[in-house]
Design a protein around this ligand. Sequence first.
Ligand SMILES: *Cc1c(COP(=O)(O)O)cnc(C)c1O
Length: 395
Amino acid sequence: MNKGYLSSWAKNVSPSPTLAVDAKAKALKAAGEDVCGFGAGEPDFDTPSFIKEACARALSDGKTKYAPAAGIPALRSALAEKYVEKGVLNEKNSSQVIVSPGGKYSCYLAILATCGPGDEVIIPAPYWVSYPEMVKLAGATPKVIFAGDDQGFKVSPDQIEDALSPSSKLIILNSPSNPTGCLYEKKEMEEIVELACKHDLLIMSDEIYEYLLYDGATHFSPASFSQDAKDRVITVSGFSKTFSMTGWRLGTLVANSEICKAVADLQSQTTSNPTTFSQYGALAAMENWEKAMIAVNEMLVHFDRRRINLLEGLQSIPGISCQRAQGAFYLFPNISSCGLSSEVFSARLLEDQKVAVVSGHAFGAEGYIRLSYATSDEIIQNGVDRIMKFVNSLS
Ligand SMILES: *Cc1c(COP(=O)(O)O)cnc(C)c1O
């Protein structure tokens, strides 16, 4: 095959490094090794049973056929109501809500619908691994700006302004963040939205961790700040992280009507509808919101306890410093004074002590590692001891 098998898109795309670490840890475990895994990017709880039961009913009722590409009307309507309450929508207008096969796909379509060759997308690092790849797949150019732990992993409006060019089209925000767990405060978010309005930029706000909050923190949707913001913010979320529904593949997207129509058309030509019976499970969560939040709060009690234990454990290791993150289920400690690159640190930690973490370089942040505390108390305790041993062995 002289022309080569692969397209320029396929040659340029990198595999997801977070999934790779998880696969490696699972392979070691399968080979009988006692691995402490902190690589997981998903909650370790089962989906609440009333959601599973609603899906099972939908299956037995024959909800097994194609459905409207943008989602079943009842679910779009329930989501529109939620977004009116959050101040993201002015009125309960279902045509501004799309249900997709996963938050990841919502992100991709948001980028694909708005950015193409010649456009620049501003991505604050540490970033979620998929953003730069999605931007490249759309033919646009990622423009990465960095915020380390000295600024709480949050970019300043000045940094964004310095990164602007006449080609800047979109900025990606992810609060609470994967990989850092950090959360933008209202004022910080407002300043960025103001800047976007001033420079005619779109914002993609990935709010997949909007309900996983600690220390009494509050989440703000940038679209809720003004009418101008509503027109230029694409709000992405989904069911995976909040309700422990990663395998169900259900994401959401809210935007102005023009963008929503483009996203719905792209979806109809690429995936058709998100899985029909999955949507009935999600609908049960939306229609029984109080019950759903009780289930979420139960998970949060466990997440919060693990967060504090892991945080205090990491902070007790000389040479490692760690920010107290207020959202998601990740901590992102600074390991730069240990004298190894993030990649070598993670590889040797897995080899020497059988502890799986993700190297910060995967998130555009050399000098850091990501640990997920969506794992047991025992693994956290054990893992901290082993990391301590490993770091001590370096000096
Ligand atoms: C997990 C995650 C998503 C999307 O997850 P889906 O399972 O595709 O819904 C989106 N953004 C971030 C930052 C995530 O961590």
